[in-house]
Design a protein around this ligand. Structure first.
Ligand SMILES: Cc1cc2nc3c(=O)[nH]c(=O)nc-3n(C[C@H](O)[C@H](O)[C@H](O)COP(=O)(O)O)c2cc1C
Length: 261
Protein backbone atom coordinates (compact mmCIF):
# COMPACT_ATOMS: atom_id res chain seq x y z
CA UNK A 1 0.00 0.00 0.00
CA UNK A 2 2.82 2.33 0.99
CA UNK A 3 4.70 1.47 -2.20
CA UNK A 4 1.66 2.23 -4.42
CA UNK A 5 1.49 5.80 -3.13
CA UNK A 6 5.18 6.48 -3.37
CA UNK A 7 6.47 9.29 -5.58
CA UNK A 8 8.30 6.81 -7.82
CA UNK A 9 5.13 4.82 -8.40
CA UNK A 10 3.08 7.95 -9.15
CA UNK A 11 5.63 8.99 -11.76
CA UNK A 12 5.72 5.45 -13.20
CA UNK A 13 1.93 5.27 -13.53
CA UNK A 14 1.71 8.79 -15.03
CA UNK A 15 4.38 7.88 -17.55
CA UNK A 16 2.55 4.69 -18.54
CA UNK A 17 -0.76 6.54 -18.94
CA UNK A 18 0.98 9.15 -21.12
CA UNK A 19 2.64 6.46 -23.21
CA UNK A 20 -0.61 4.57 -23.80
CA UNK A 21 -2.42 7.80 -24.73
CA UNK A 22 0.39 8.86 -27.09
CA UNK A 23 0.29 5.47 -28.84
CA UNK A 24 -3.52 5.60 -29.19
CA UNK A 25 -3.52 9.17 -30.56
CA UNK A 26 -0.65 8.64 -33.01
CA UNK A 27 -2.10 5.31 -34.22
CA UNK A 28 -5.45 7.01 -34.81
CA UNK A 29 -3.78 9.94 -36.62
CA UNK A 30 -1.75 7.69 -38.91
CA UNK A 31 -4.46 5.14 -39.63
CA UNK A 32 -7.11 7.82 -40.32
CA UNK A 33 -4.88 9.84 -42.65
CA UNK A 34 -5.94 7.94 -45.79
CA UNK A 35 -9.58 8.11 -44.78
CA UNK A 36 -9.34 11.87 -44.21
CA UNK A 37 -7.65 12.29 -47.58
CA UNK A 38 -10.43 10.23 -49.20
CA UNK A 39 -13.10 12.30 -47.43
CA UNK A 40 -11.50 15.55 -48.61
CA UNK A 41 -11.45 14.25 -52.18
CA UNK A 42 -15.10 13.16 -51.99
CA UNK A 43 -16.13 16.49 -50.46
CA UNK A 44 -14.52 18.28 -53.40
CA UNK A 45 -16.18 15.92 -55.88
CA UNK A 46 -19.59 16.47 -54.27
CA UNK A 47 -19.13 20.23 -54.54
CA UNK A 48 -18.09 20.06 -58.17
CA UNK A 49 -21.08 17.82 -59.01
CA UNK A 50 -23.38 20.10 -57.04
CA UNK A 51 -22.32 23.28 -58.83
CA UNK A 52 -22.63 21.39 -62.12
CA UNK A 53 -26.24 20.69 -61.12
CA UNK A 54 -25.98 16.90 -61.24
CA UNK A 55 -25.51 15.98 -57.57
CA UNK A 56 -28.08 13.83 -55.79
CA UNK A 57 -27.60 12.62 -52.21
CA UNK A 58 -26.67 8.94 -52.05
CA UNK A 59 -25.53 8.82 -55.68
CA UNK A 60 -22.55 6.68 -56.70
CA UNK A 61 -19.88 9.40 -56.51
CA UNK A 62 -17.26 7.43 -58.41
CA UNK A 63 -19.59 6.82 -61.36
CA UNK A 64 -20.95 10.38 -61.36
CA UNK A 65 -17.49 11.91 -61.19
CA UNK A 66 -16.41 9.62 -64.01
CA UNK A 67 -18.39 11.94 -66.31
CA UNK A 68 -16.20 14.85 -65.26
CA UNK A 69 -12.90 15.44 -66.97
CA UNK A 70 -10.15 17.35 -65.16
CA UNK A 71 -7.89 19.44 -67.40
CA UNK A 72 -5.08 21.89 -66.75
CA UNK A 73 -4.94 25.33 -68.34
CA UNK A 74 -1.98 27.72 -68.68
CA UNK A 75 -3.29 31.12 -67.56
CA UNK A 76 -1.09 33.17 -69.93
CA UNK A 77 -2.03 31.36 -73.17
CA UNK A 78 -5.37 29.80 -72.23
CA UNK A 79 -4.16 26.51 -73.75
CA UNK A 80 -4.52 23.10 -72.16
CA UNK A 81 -1.27 21.74 -70.72
CA UNK A 82 -0.26 18.41 -69.22
CA UNK A 83 0.51 18.31 -65.52
CA UNK A 84 0.99 15.47 -63.04
CA UNK A 85 -2.30 14.18 -61.61
CA UNK A 86 -1.34 15.33 -58.13
CA UNK A 87 -0.74 18.94 -59.28
CA UNK A 88 -2.36 21.26 -56.75
CA UNK A 89 -2.76 24.86 -57.99
CA UNK A 90 -3.07 26.23 -54.45
CA UNK A 91 0.17 24.64 -53.33
CA UNK A 92 1.81 25.61 -56.64
CA UNK A 93 0.86 29.26 -56.14
CA UNK A 94 3.37 29.45 -53.27
CA UNK A 95 6.15 27.89 -55.34
CA UNK A 96 8.64 30.40 -56.86
CA UNK A 97 8.68 28.53 -60.21
CA UNK A 98 5.13 27.21 -60.47
CA UNK A 99 3.49 30.32 -58.98
CA UNK A 100 3.53 34.04 -59.75
CA UNK A 101 2.72 37.26 -57.90
CA UNK A 102 -0.29 39.14 -59.29
CA UNK A 103 0.09 42.49 -61.04
CA UNK A 104 -3.20 43.64 -59.62
CA UNK A 105 -4.90 41.70 -56.88
CA UNK A 106 -8.62 42.53 -56.62
CA UNK A 107 -9.40 39.12 -55.06
CA UNK A 108 -6.86 39.67 -52.25
CA UNK A 109 -4.94 36.42 -52.87
CA UNK A 110 -1.50 37.89 -53.75
CA UNK A 111 -0.38 34.91 -55.92
CA UNK A 112 -1.74 32.19 -58.17
CA UNK A 113 -0.20 29.21 -59.90
CA UNK A 114 0.75 29.69 -63.56
CA UNK A 115 -1.55 26.78 -64.39
CA UNK A 116 -5.10 26.24 -63.18
CA UNK A 117 -7.46 23.29 -63.27
CA UNK A 118 -10.88 23.12 -64.90
CA UNK A 119 -13.52 20.42 -64.74
CA UNK A 120 -15.60 19.57 -67.79
CA UNK A 121 -18.93 17.78 -67.47
CA UNK A 122 -19.71 15.88 -70.65
CA UNK A 123 -22.99 14.34 -71.81
CA UNK A 124 -23.38 10.86 -73.33
CA UNK A 125 -22.45 12.29 -76.75
CA UNK A 126 -19.20 13.58 -75.24
CA UNK A 127 -20.23 17.22 -75.62
CA UNK A 128 -19.18 19.62 -72.89
CA UNK A 129 -22.26 20.61 -70.86
CA UNK A 130 -20.57 22.52 -68.03
CA UNK A 131 -17.22 24.22 -67.53
CA UNK A 132 -16.39 24.35 -63.85
CA UNK A 133 -13.74 26.74 -62.54
CA UNK A 134 -12.29 26.67 -59.02
CA UNK A 135 -12.35 30.21 -57.57
CA UNK A 136 -11.18 31.78 -54.34
CA UNK A 137 -10.70 35.20 -52.80
CA UNK A 138 -10.82 37.30 -49.67
CA UNK A 139 -14.05 37.96 -47.80
CA UNK A 140 -14.30 39.93 -44.57
CA UNK A 141 -12.82 37.34 -42.23
CA UNK A 142 -11.53 34.60 -44.47
CA UNK A 143 -10.53 33.33 -47.87
CA UNK A 144 -13.63 31.93 -49.55
CA UNK A 145 -13.24 28.85 -51.77
CA UNK A 146 -15.80 27.79 -54.33
CA UNK A 147 -16.63 26.75 -57.86
CA UNK A 148 -18.23 28.65 -60.73
CA UNK A 149 -20.03 26.59 -63.38
CA UNK A 150 -20.55 27.94 -66.87
CA UNK A 151 -22.74 26.82 -69.76
CA UNK A 152 -20.91 25.55 -72.88
CA UNK A 153 -20.94 29.12 -74.29
CA UNK A 154 -18.40 29.99 -71.53
CA UNK A 155 -20.45 33.11 -70.85
CA UNK A 156 -23.69 32.11 -69.12
CA UNK A 157 -23.42 31.19 -65.45
CA UNK A 158 -24.92 27.79 -64.62
CA UNK A 159 -24.16 27.84 -60.89
CA UNK A 160 -21.93 29.02 -58.09
CA UNK A 161 -21.08 27.31 -54.81
CA UNK A 162 -18.78 27.94 -51.84
CA UNK A 163 -17.50 25.01 -49.83
CA UNK A 164 -15.02 26.63 -47.44
CA UNK A 165 -15.01 30.05 -45.78
CA UNK A 166 -15.00 31.67 -42.35
CA UNK A 167 -17.63 34.38 -42.91
CA UNK A 168 -20.27 34.98 -40.21
CA UNK A 169 -23.23 32.57 -40.31
CA UNK A 170 -26.38 34.52 -41.22
CA UNK A 171 -24.36 37.43 -42.69
CA UNK A 172 -21.44 36.69 -45.02
CA UNK A 173 -22.13 32.98 -44.47
CA UNK A 174 -25.21 33.42 -46.66
CA UNK A 175 -22.93 32.87 -49.67
CA UNK A 176 -23.81 29.22 -48.95
CA UNK A 177 -27.53 29.90 -49.19
CA UNK A 178 -28.97 28.07 -52.25
CA UNK A 179 -31.54 30.86 -52.70
CA UNK A 180 -28.76 33.44 -53.19
CA UNK A 181 -26.74 31.06 -55.32
CA UNK A 182 -29.74 30.59 -57.62
CA UNK A 183 -29.67 34.34 -58.40
CA UNK A 184 -26.48 33.69 -60.34
CA UNK A 185 -28.02 31.17 -62.73
CA UNK A 186 -28.46 32.55 -66.23
CA UNK A 187 -26.42 35.69 -65.51
CA UNK A 188 -23.83 36.54 -68.16
CA UNK A 189 -20.17 37.28 -67.62
CA UNK A 190 -19.51 39.52 -70.61
CA UNK A 191 -21.22 42.51 -72.17
CA UNK A 192 -21.62 42.87 -75.93
CA UNK A 193 -18.12 44.35 -76.22
CA UNK A 194 -16.58 41.29 -74.55
CA UNK A 195 -15.75 43.06 -71.27
CA UNK A 196 -16.30 41.36 -67.92
CA UNK A 197 -19.62 42.85 -66.79
CA UNK A 198 -20.83 40.44 -64.12
CA UNK A 199 -21.21 42.28 -60.82
CA UNK A 200 -22.62 41.82 -57.33
CA UNK A 201 -24.40 45.07 -56.49
CA UNK A 202 -24.99 46.62 -53.09
CA UNK A 203 -28.55 45.68 -52.07
CA UNK A 204 -31.03 44.50 -54.67
CA UNK A 205 -30.64 44.75 -58.44
CA UNK A 206 -32.82 47.71 -59.56
CA UNK A 207 -35.89 46.43 -61.34
CA UNK A 208 -35.70 46.85 -65.09
CA UNK A 209 -31.97 47.73 -65.03
CA UNK A 210 -30.72 47.63 -68.61
CA UNK A 211 -27.71 45.50 -67.65
CA UNK A 212 -29.77 43.23 -65.37
CA UNK A 213 -28.41 40.09 -67.01
CA UNK A 214 -24.98 40.88 -65.50
CA UNK A 215 -26.12 41.83 -61.99
CA UNK A 216 -26.62 39.83 -58.79
CA UNK A 217 -28.15 41.08 -55.49
CA UNK A 218 -25.67 41.77 -52.68
CA UNK A 219 -26.19 40.05 -49.32
CA UNK A 220 -27.98 42.15 -46.72
CA UNK A 221 -25.66 43.18 -43.86
CA UNK A 222 -22.70 41.58 -45.60
CA UNK A 223 -21.51 44.20 -48.04
CA UNK A 224 -17.85 43.31 -47.54
CA UNK A 225 -18.36 39.58 -48.18
CA UNK A 226 -20.55 40.41 -51.21
CA UNK A 227 -17.86 42.70 -52.59
CA UNK A 228 -15.32 39.91 -52.00
CA UNK A 229 -17.42 37.51 -54.10
CA UNK A 230 -17.82 40.22 -56.74
CA UNK A 231 -14.08 40.75 -56.96
CA UNK A 232 -13.11 37.09 -56.90
CA UNK A 233 -15.55 36.09 -59.65
CA UNK A 234 -14.43 38.99 -61.83
CA UNK A 235 -10.78 38.13 -61.16
CA UNK A 236 -11.04 34.41 -62.01
CA UNK A 237 -12.93 34.98 -65.28
CA UNK A 238 -10.62 37.89 -66.17
CA UNK A 239 -7.34 38.39 -68.02
CA UNK A 240 -5.01 37.30 -65.23
CA UNK A 241 -6.73 33.95 -64.70
CA UNK A 242 -9.17 31.96 -66.87
CA UNK A 243 -9.95 34.87 -69.26
CA UNK A 244 -7.70 33.75 -72.14
CA UNK A 245 -8.97 30.15 -71.78
CA UNK A 246 -12.62 31.22 -71.75
CA UNK A 247 -12.00 33.42 -74.84
CA UNK A 248 -10.65 30.38 -76.61
CA UNK A 249 -13.64 28.22 -75.58
CA UNK A 250 -16.06 30.94 -76.73
CA UNK A 251 -14.32 31.15 -80.08
CA UNK A 252 -14.59 27.37 -80.53
CA UNK A 253 -18.21 27.37 -79.36
CA UNK A 254 -19.13 30.07 -81.89
CA UNK A 255 -17.34 28.08 -84.60
CA UNK A 256 -19.36 24.98 -83.73
CA UNK A 257 -22.60 26.98 -83.73
CA UNK A 258 -21.76 28.37 -87.17
CA UNK A 259 -21.00 24.87 -88.41
CA UNK A 260 -24.37 23.77 -87.01
CA UNK A 261 -22.87 21.11 -84.72
C1 LIG B 1 -20.19 40.16 -35.33
C2 LIG B 1 -20.24 40.72 -36.73
C3 LIG B 1 -20.05 39.87 -37.80
C4 LIG B 1 -20.07 40.37 -39.11
N1 LIG B 1 -19.87 39.52 -40.15
C5 LIG B 1 -19.86 40.02 -41.41
C6 LIG B 1 -19.61 39.17 -42.53
O1 LIG B 1 -19.44 37.94 -42.41
N2 LIG B 1 -19.58 39.74 -43.75
C7 LIG B 1 -19.77 41.08 -43.94
O2 LIG B 1 -19.71 41.53 -45.07
N3 LIG B 1 -20.04 41.89 -42.91
C8 LIG B 1 -20.09 41.39 -41.66
N4 LIG B 1 -20.33 42.22 -40.62
C9 LIG B 1 -20.72 43.59 -40.91
C10 LIG B 1 -19.57 44.46 -41.28
O3 LIG B 1 -18.91 44.80 -40.12
C11 LIG B 1 -20.09 45.70 -42.01
O4 LIG B 1 -20.87 46.44 -41.13
C12 LIG B 1 -20.96 45.32 -43.16
O5 LIG B 1 -20.27 44.52 -44.05
C13 LIG B 1 -21.50 46.52 -43.87
O6 LIG B 1 -22.50 46.01 -44.68
P1 LIG B 1 -23.95 46.65 -44.76
O7 LIG B 1 -23.71 48.03 -45.34
O8 LIG B 1 -24.73 45.75 -45.66
O9 LIG B 1 -24.49 46.70 -43.34
C14 LIG B 1 -20.31 41.74 -39.33
C15 LIG B 1 -20.51 42.58 -38.23
C16 LIG B 1 -20.47 42.10 -36.94
C17 LIG B 1 -20.69 43.05 -35.81
Amino acid sequence: MKDRESVANTIRVSFLVCLVCAVVVSTAAVSLRDLQQQNRLEFRQVNILRVAGVYEPGMDLGAAFGRIERRFVAFDTGEYVDMPADFDPLRASRDPELGRPLESDPAGIRRTARVGEVFLLRNDDDQVMRIILPVHGAGLWSTMFGFLALEPDANTIAGIGFYSHGETPGLGGEIENPRWQRLWEGRRLLDDDGNVAIRVVRGAVPEGASNEEHLVDGLTGATITSEGVNQLVRFWVGDQAFGPYLDRVREEYRGEQRAGI
